[in-house]
Design a protein around this ligand. Structure first.
Ligand code: PMP
Length: 355
């Protein structure tokens, strides 16, 4: 029996995707060749890349709106630098909601001036700052929509005329948003889209070409667009499995359908965290809670061994919190079934009954 996989990333993928991916490792598209041993320029793979890029835009409602989708390498971490390299001429504004925003800020400072509009750092990022202003004289505003480590999520984005750049690594394709409000979105695949190894970048083409510096080819969005994500050998398998996951999402009814299930999962777990006297949530304000990563602690640490052993016996895997927060973190990505959340809630209730 497969475990209930609450891992924060790399994380659970749909079973049907794993099966199709396994088949393709042995025999891709009835070519009698493995997907791992064919040219990335072969017709069969070029089709995968094109379809994956189209489908990503389709899910986000961004087809024929001046956007391009790219599958790049270097993880979301490479995007911390690449966004600044391509877009930062003088000054950019950043909202600092966690370690990943902090790292993005650090890279951007290598390129130009950074205004940190607000931060929750002094409270170990347990809330999303509000009531900040985005200056009008910046090249762009950067934010992280979901803070994987702390379990906070932005449920509102600022109204601003400057381009918004957003790290959506841990909640891409999980909820409906007006994605056309963002000029650039990036996301490492390994949470809601596929295995590690590729990063989705969705960029509005008209924001490019405005900086005066020379941009190295591998870091240049325009080069990557012109070469259709194949300036160099792409991470073929990772793109393929991401494509299968995007197809799975389509079969599930797209973002609007999966969002309903995601809401049910998050509601069920937070309800139990709030009800069960043994547990408390990590996030300070209920309205900032993430629907993708639910962080919580035991009120009494002495119950840790008991809780852990009950969880293990029930097949619950990957709920340890990030080392900088401690406690527990249950990641509820698209592919996690409601059933797994039920099992976790039952474990919490079992421990309560025994305590
Ligand atoms: N941003 C967010 C929100 C993340 O959760 C992560 C990884 N956990 C990263 C960026 C870094 O991603 P990568 O490891 O792909 O560079």
């Amino acid at each position: 029996m497969k475990k209930h996989n609450f891992s924060a990333g790399p994380s659970i993928l749909p079973q049907s995707v794993l099966e199709k991916a396994s088949e393709a490792v042995l025999n891709f598209n009835d070519l009698d060749l493995s997907i791992l041993e064919i040219s990335h320029r072969s017709k069969d793979f070029v089709e995968v890349m094109e379809n994956a890029r189209d489908l990503a835009l389709k899910h986000l409602g961004l087809q024929n709106k001046g956007y391009q989708a790219l599958f790049l390498q270097g993880g979301a971490s490479m995007q911390f630098l690449m966004t600044a390299y391509n877009l930062l001429e003088q000054k950019a504004a950043y909202l600092n909601t966690g370690v990943w925003s902090d790292k993005a800020i650090k890279e951007a400072k290598l390129i130009g001036d950074v205004v940190e509009v607000a931060t929750s750092k002094s409270d170990n990022f347990n809330f999303i700052p509000k009531n900040y202003a985005v200056p009008s004289d910046v090249d762009y505003f950067h934010c992280t929509s979901n803070n994987t480590i702390y379990g906070t999520q932005m449920h509102k984005f600022p109204n601003t005329d400057v381009p918004i750049v957003c790290d959506m690594s841990s909640d891409i394709f999980s909820r409906e948003l007006d994605f056309s409000r963002f000029s650039l979105i990036y996301a490492g695949a390994q949470k809601n889209m596929g295995p590690a190894g590729t990063t989705l970048v969705v960029v509005k083409e008209d924001i490019l070409g405005k900086v005066s510096r020379a941009i190295p080819s591998m870091l240049n969005y325009q080069v990557q667009i012109d070469k259709e994500s194949m300036f160099n050998t792409p991470p073929v398998f990772s793109v393929y499995v991401s494509f299968l996951t995007l197809q799975w999402l389509e079969q599930e009814g797209g973002i609007s359908s999966i969002e309903k299930v995601n809401n049910q999962k998050a509601d069920m777990l937070y309800k139990e965290i709030d009800r069960n006297p043994l547990f408390k949530g990590y996030v300070a304000n209920v309205e900032d809670r993430s629907k993708m990563n639910a962080t919580f602690n035991l009120v009494n640490d002495q119950l840790k061994e008991t809780f852990d052993s009950h969880a293990k016996a029930a097949g619950v895997s990957g709920i340890n919190g990030h080392r900088s927060v401690g406690g527990y973190r249950a990641s509820l990505y698209n592919a996690l079934p409601l059933e797994s959340v039920k099992v976790l809630v039952e474990v919490m209730q079992e421990v309560e009954r025994g305590a």
